[in-house]
Design a binder for this molecule. Structure first.
Ligand SMILES: Nc1ncnc2c1ncn2[C@@H]1O[C@H](COP(=O)(O)OP(=O)(O)OP(=O)(O)O)[C@@H](O)[C@H]1O
Ligand SMILES: [Mg+2]
Length: 242
């Protein structure tokens, strides 16, 4: 479903992503783990067609990232942290609806999706309110709903739970599990080992732009004779830092 081939991104003299390759099969959840500045966001921005790779390409849902970016765009839903890009003066519903219309959906389909999403993400209480005064977690849930209202088969989420409280984190985790059960293919980045353990079929550990490990969770535990993912991560990254 996703095949990344020798993807790199150089910013002047900084090599943000250094020749990474990996595959994600249909219906799998892939977790990108790495320290601050490792290259997670840059990788996801390239896969999301938001940033032009310096070298390499990827096949995403049958389309080539470089040759067919518009087709790739049609297959994916994307969520990036920080700026949610929501319109403060519109309600949560209107924000989601607007994005659905931009994606060529009918009002009827949009309404069906919004009912479903607002229920799954527990946004019923504030779906009609303007987002301007929303808390960070509320905005993040609206942004998440908006990013996938058009029901894409592939999703890229950059730190989808960063800054959320425990309740909101649980709701988002449950939501990602639901998406997986619907057969969606998901890549998300995270700093939380707990999150990765809970949600991922496979993990990729990225360090200083290089993919230093790609494996299933069981594979990693087996290889390192260690059950604790955090220990595995620290020893892998620590080794490289020496
Ligand atoms: N637009 C840019 N211009 C120059 N350098 C950049 C740009 N975007 C990212 N970088 C650099 O690329 C490297 C990787 O950054 P990136 O944001 O991908 O890391 P990250 O793994 O997402 O980190 P974090 O966990 O902090 O979000 C860093 O050295 C960063 O400074
Ligand atoms: Mg990042």
């Amino acid at each position: 479903m996703i095949e990344v081939n020798s993807l790199s991104k150089h910013f002047k003299d900084v090599v943000a992503v250094d020749n990474i390759s990996f595959k994600v099969e249909e219906g799998k959840v892939f977790g990108l783990l790495g320290e601050n500045g490792a290259g997670k966001t840059t990788t996801l921005r390239m896969l999301a067609t938001m940033l032009k790779p310096t070298t390499g390409t990827a096949n995403i849902g049958g389309y080539d990232l470089i040759q067919e970016p518009v087709d790739v765009r049609g297959e994916i839903g994307i969520l990036f942290g920080g700026e949610t890009g929501l319109y403060d003066r519109l309600s949560a519903r209107e924000n989601i609806e607007y994005f659905g219309l931009l994606n060529g959906m009918t009002k009827e389909d949009i309404n069906i999706q919004i009912e479903k999403l607002s229920h799954s993400l527990e946004m019923e209480d504030y779906i009609e309110r303007r987002v301007g005064k929303f808390s960070k977690g509320m905005k993040q849930k609206v942004a998440l709903a908006r990013s996938i209202v058009h029901n894409p088969s592939i999703m890229f989420f950059d730190e989808p739970t960063s800054g959320l409280d425990v309740t909101a984190v649980r709701i988002v985790h449950k939501f990602i599990k639901e998406l997986k059960s619907e057969g969606k293919t998901i890549i998300f980045s995270s700093h939380s080992m707990n999150e990765v353990e809970k949600l991922c079929d496979e993990v990729g550990i990225i360090h200083k732009g290089k993919m230093i490990e790609v494996s299933t969770l069981e594979g990693l535990k087996e290889k390192f004779k260690e059950e604790n993912l955090e220990e595995i991560f620290i020893s892998l990254v620590g080794e490289k830092n020496e």
